[in-house]
Design a protein around this ligand. Sequence first.
Ligand SMILES: NC(=O)c1ccc[n+]([C@@H]2O[C@H](COP(=O)([O-])OP(=O)(O)OC[C@H]3O[C@@H](n4cnc5c(N)ncnc54)[C@H](O)[C@@H]3O)[C@@H](O)[C@H]2O)c1
Length: 438
Amino acid sequence: MRIAMIGGGYVGLVSAACFAEFGIEVSVVEADRAKLASLHAGRMPIYEPGLDRLVASNVAAGRLSFGGDLAAGVTGAEAVFIAVGTPTRRGDGHADLSYVFAAVEQVARAIDGYTVFVTKSTVPVGTGRRVAEIVRQVRPDLAFDVASNPEFLREGNAIEDFMKPDRVVIGCETAQAQEVLRRLYGPLFLNQTPILFTGIETAELTKYAANAFLAMKVTFINEIADLCERVGADVHDVARGIGLDARIGPRFLQPGPGYGGSCFPKDTLALVRVAQDAGAPSRLVETTVAVNEARKAGMAARVIAACGGSVRGKVIGVLGLTFKPETDDMRDSASLPVIARLMGDGASVRAFDPQGMEQARPLLPGGVVYCRDALDAAQGADALVVVTEWNQFRALSPAGLRAAMRGKVLVDLRNIYDPMAMTQVGFAYHSIGRGAPG
Ligand SMILES: NC(=O)c1ccc[n+]([C@@H]2O[C@H](COP(=O)([O-])OP(=O)(O)OC[C@H]3O[C@@H](n4cnc5c(N)ncnc54)[C@H](O)[C@@H]3O)[C@@H](O)[C@H]2O)c1
């Protein structure tokens, strides 16, 4: 069986490598020449644990290939997956579908027989219908089907998530399309992964509903964390106390600086617009978006307050830049507004991230000092801020950190440290959602 993957980014590359691992012949079409050159040289254009080995072994086995020539890539493909970006459209919050539609048009022109156009990109309800219209316009002669197969993988755990998903959602309308996708996901059928066949609109909406729900859960615990600080409660105990309730569940109840990344911010915003346009506005999601924005913007104020009300002339060490650990993805990371505000208020910033510094450079103000490691970032700092909870930061010696610094302020936006251990070595330690009892 042969398929094509249009777009070799986080989702396209991981999905392609995993399908190849299932034994399918996959050709990835990537428009970005730099990414393509790096793939041809055996270097991964993104950081995702285990991806380099999975790609190398499937390339060596002849099942996975990369190219820039779309016509060659899609020849003979029983299914063509669209895995291009759907960023927020400038100005109105809708998903920008121009990459999706451009890819569909290119594929429609190039394809030589029946194929299933599968959108793996996160797309608003109604996109599948528009994809079908485009294909019909461009190639009235072509036999094809359209399917929606949203992707639920998490960066940092993407291979495991693809290979052992909680579920696979497939929206399609014909027996032929269903049969093609059933064969593709054959190994998952064998290990009894729940596979939901739905209508196309349902599959499209399921992805947005899942992301909006998780974003809401994160935002909820962040608000509870603020309340804990005011009333002398501990948000971790509250999270455990509610998370042990099987109806709620423990995941996505970690307080932090507000959600970021390549999905939640843009997908919540897109759902808000879709719901408004459909005349069924989602006030919960609208509020989630607003609360999260305010939270991210407000994180620098916490640092400034911890520094006594001003950071002018101060050196701030920042540990972690990416929106979460185990990725190099900087899209909508909380570090961006935090660092911009601190520097705008006259601080100088020394930053370290194990994987994200290259991606961070074009997004952060010039003048950020990029450091060798965490201790280097702490060197001579008046205050240290933990923005991303990389495991290597958890293992740092409190005394070593304290000794490297000039000041003693530690603002832990991820609660990775034991407050007692930090205060014992002399830190003025500030975490999230832990109020002083009494
Ligand atoms: N990143 C995630 O964790 C994640 C998870 C689930 C779903 N998604 C969704 O998957 C989609 C892709 O996300 P991503 O993070 O992989 O984006 P990305 O920006 O990393 O990758 C998209 C790739 O598509 C390429 N591309 C664009 N147009 C092309 C064309 N016509 N032909 C060939 N290549 C083309 C780009 O050069 C880019 O490399 C988005 O809709 C996103 O919302 C992402």
